[in-house]
Design a protein around this ligand. Structure first.
Ligand SMILES: Nc1ncnc2c1ncn2[C@@H]1O[C@H](COP(=O)(O)OP(=O)(O)OP(=O)(O)O)[C@@H](O)[C@H]1O
Ligand SMILES: [Mg+2]
Length: 316
């Protein structure tokens, strides 16, 4: 059974903002799934629809086989959501936030207390249980959002950019926690992220969304094996003539005078050096541009502004 399935989901805000143009998505039970895409691609809109927070214009959504239109409450109860923006009451104490959400979900007080302790401990917030949420650091607030989403022990956990603004150390510990949750409790996890390395490190399957359409979907490992090139940035002396042919390499000139070269898998750089030498170009330095999944992603979304944003974001 699929944990989640979307068929022909369309969302138009107002008359003319076409956020989703009819997307299909299938996430198997137990999966660790990434929804990747540049800013404004439609990720949060899709998540809002799945969680019944945003009204869809058309299409069908099922959560573990339960249609969100016909069995809304049942479907909602199966989902834990960590939204992109903090949305807890900042004047409440950490443990009260969890207890109140448990109460809202109809969980008995004794059970709620046990789970509050369990998740606050696992997310390293137990010492802060009596602290008002506004006095937590950014990384602690993110972890509080995760703990809150887990109190009703959902079968599907959806995280909208859970590691935005979180430092490397806390990001790693969140990765560890999510991996454990997925493998030990069997919780299906879907996350959106701008950090491609995050999808690569954590997720089994991925869908890439751009301008409201799914442009690619499949196993991360399989997508990587299809990303059959690596991109290098070269400092050079000399400028290639417009007519120069460097096949099988693809060479692009950049505004800063450097060259970008796609090197297909199996080709050696020696041949590139030789071709460049014959064209009168001397390579003075060479570096790897970024990881393969990132390159592949940028090729798919074909947008310069996305290229700048994603490449910058991944390096933070
Ligand atoms: N409440 C809203 N009213 C009108 N337009 C909206 C609303 N929410 C989102 N949009 C528009 O829908 C499109 C998709 O936005 P969405 O927030 O789903 O993107 P996203 O992929 O989550 O982006 P980001 O990575 O920046 O969070 C954008 O063009 C956005 O401006
Ligand atoms: Mg978003």
């Amino acid at each position: 059974m699929n944990a989640l399935s979307l068929r022909g989901v369309v969302k138009t805000y107002g008359d003319d903002t076409h956020a989703l143009g009819g997307i299909d998505l299938a996430v198997p039970q137990g999966d660790f799934f990434a929804l990747l895409g540049p800013n404004g691609a439609g990720k949060s809109t899709a998540i809002g629809i799945i969680c019944s927070l945003v009204t869809k214009t058309a299409g069908e959504v099922e959560v573990f086989g339960h249609d969100i239109d016909h069995e809304r409450e049942h479907a909602k109860a199966l989902i834990g959501l960590v939204p992109q923006e903090f949305n807890f009451n900042v004047f409440e104490a950490v443990e009260d936030i969890l207890m109140n959400v448990a109460g809202y979900n109809g969980i008995r007080r004794a059970v709620a207390k046990r789970r509050t302790e369990k998740y606050l401990k696992r997310l390293d917030l137990w010492d802060k249980r009596r602290t008002q949420a506004r006095n937590l650091s950014g990384g602690m607030k993110r972890r509080l959002m995760i703990a809150r989403a887990l109190v009703h022990e959902p079968r599907l956990l959806i995280l909208d950019e859970p590691t935005a603004g979180v430092d490397i150390e806390i990001r790693r510990s969140m990765w560890e926690f999510l991996t454990e949750l997925n493998s030990e409790q069997g919780t299906t996890i879907i996350l959106t992220t701008h950090y491609l390395e995050e999808a690569e490190a954590l997720c089994r399957n991925v869908a890439i969304i751009d301008q409201g359409a799914i442009v690619e979907q499949g196993a991360v490992a399989e997508l990587l094996s299809r990303a059959r090139f690596e991109t290098f940035v070269l400092d050079v002396r000399g400028i290639p003539e417009a007519s120069s042919d460097f096949a099988p390499f693809t060479v692009r000139s950049r505004d800063d005078g450097k060259l970008e070269v796609d090197v297909p898998q199996g080709e050696t750089l020696n041949i590139l050096f030789e071709l460049m030498g014959r064209a009168g170009i001397e390579i003075t330095s060479l570096r790897n541009k970024s990881n393969r999944l990132e390159e592949f992603f940028l090729k798919l979304v074909h947008r310069d502004e996305a290229a700048a944003g994603v490449a910058g974001g991944a390096g933070q």
